[in-house]
Design a protein around this ligand. Sequence first.
Ligand code: AMP
Length: 213
Amino acid sequence: MKQLEGQHRLILIGPQGSGKGTQAELLSVYLQIPTISTGQLCRSEIAHGSELGKQIEGFVQAGELVPDEIITAMLKKRIADYDAQDGFIIDGFPRTVAQAQESESWLKPTRVIVLEINDKVAVARMTSRRACTQCRFKTTAEYVAKHGDECPRCFGKITQREDDLPDAIQTRLDMYHRVTQPVIEYYRKNDAMERFNGALSIPLVFMEIAHIL
Ligand code: AMP
């Protein structure tokens, strides 16, 4: 396990299907700091049926962005939690230049990790991805076709995310190119930014990232 030499505040940026979530989970174990996924924060509010969940449900299901003030408030609250005081890995924020600008005073990343893949790979990965509704175990459509939809980890049900259906996939990818890619430009001036080929295998990408930390 890597000993912390300083605090890691990592931001992962990349299109849907680039492996952000997977790499965030691996890095979380490696560095012993939590992963904070803004998409997951949204999905759990919706699953709990909270007021906030009801407010954001339409945006998330359609693959549209949740308004900046809501996402920012959710993230600020989460990084103030006790377990995030020694560092954190953020997956899914900032998604817009406005979010990057607004967060400059309270979210000072030590590294901005960019995972790059082309649209063909992104669509293929999103179309195939499946996850357990209970424990979030990640798998593929090929696995479900072969072994059924019972989660091998917790016996929950494996399903496809509603925003991984074809229309929402296209909306989210278009959105990525239009509003999130400029965030990479925004961080380019920052020495902390590093780019990686997200089309490589999971362990290879992980090793390359771990190497620069
Ligand atoms: P993800 O799991 O990162 O693909 O996010 C799923 C959905 O959550 C997105 O399509 C948005 O509706 C919402 N979301 C997550 N992060 C953000 C963000 N930084 N800004 C706005 N909406 C977000």
